[in-house]
Design a protein around this ligand. Structure first.
Ligand SMILES: [Zn+2]
Ligand SMILES: [Zn+2]
Length: 306
């Protein structure tokens, strides 16, 4: 098993330090769960280097006026860390023998992905997750933000899923990332179309034609969606198309590292998957899907993925 989606900082913190002991503790808990390797995948928008490149993207014409200030505020709150220091810390952790690879969660910035790819090319990343957390400046899965959540009442669910599937397809086609993170995160707030099959087909086709892997994540169980990402119907379609998989918790806190690894294992075996995909310097390799070990229940009150 892998845990290829881990954050160092909860979204509620902006000034958390980079501490190697935190990585060591993540590895220890992962190993106790039978997870052989973890990837640290902090959000690109945490780093000042991203701010220089992408700050102000919400001023693009396609972002509605009412959402611009909210997006600007969100951005200002999260940005502040240094990408060089983050990379150096993870490399040092690996030098000390910890089973960790260097990753990043890269959101989709329409029209800016060439610049993002050029920036990331400067660093020795092992794996890049591609995510869609907003469409046209709307943070559809920011459950704690009242404005973002009120948008769900102002829009048709099918339109929201359409916009999400379009963005995910565009992101996949850029080739800028290696793994599609939480591929149906548009359901996070619990809003689903009556007949989701059409969107599952679109998402599975986008994944298959991109050559990317897709993650199977326990984070959805901690959301109003109440199920893993991807839904069983989407997972089956991805497996049928031969899309490779990683496994992930998307933890933002030690307590949720390797969360529900056993349940992810059961889902994957139920669709005939017996291999996972790992990455080194953005080159894929496969490894056997091994059965995880039981872990104590998370002790933290909550985890705040995305
Ligand atoms: Zn995410
Ligand atoms: Zn994440």
């Amino acid at each position: 098993m892998l845990d290829y989606h881990l954050h160092l900082w909860p979204h509620t913190r902006r000034d958390a330090p980079l501490v190697l002991e935190q990585v060591a503790a993540y590895c220890e808990r992962a190993n106790a769960a039978g997870v052989e390797e973890i990837a640290l995948t902090e959000h690109l928008f945490r780093f000042v280097q991203a701010d220089r490149l992408l700050g102000g993207f919400w001023e693009d014409d396609d972002v509605p006026e009412r959402l611009r200030e909210s997006m600007a505020e969100y951005w200002r709150f999260h940005v502040g860390a240094d990408l060089d220091e983050y990379v150096a810390m993870v490399l040092e952790a690996r030098r000390q023998g910890l089973p960790v690879v260097l990753g990043l969660e890269v959101d989709y910035y329409r029209g800016h992905m060439d610049q993002v790819a050029a920036l990331l090319h400067e660093y020795p990343f092992d794996v890049l997750l591609g995510s869609v957390h907003w469409v046209e400046g709307w943070r559809f899965d920011d459950l704690d933000d009242a404005l973002s959540m009120s948008e769900w009442s102002a829009r048709k669910v099918d339109d929201c899923w359409d916009a999400y599937a379009d963005a995910l397809g565009e992101l996949a086609a850029t080739g800028a990332c290696d793994v599609l993170a939480h591929p149906d995160v548009i359901k996070a707030a619990g809003r689903r179309p009556e007949y989701p099959k059409e969107w599952w087909e679109r998402i599975a086709d986008a994944a298959a034609s991109s050559g990317m892997a897709t993650e199977v994540s326990s984070a959805g169980w901690r959301k109003p969606a109440g199920e893993q990402y991807p839904a069983e119907g989407l997972l089956a379609r991805l497996a049928a198309r031969g899309v490779p998989f990683t496994t992930a918790s998307d933890a933002h806190h030690l307590s949720y590292v390797a969360d529900r690894a056993k349940d992810l294992y059961a889902l994957l075996t139920s669709v005939g998957v017996d291999r996972l995909t790992g990455y080194r310097r953005r080159q894929a390799h496969t490894l056997p899907l091994t059965e995880p070990l039981p872990l104590p229940e998370p002790c933290a009150a909550r985890d705040d993925a995305p």
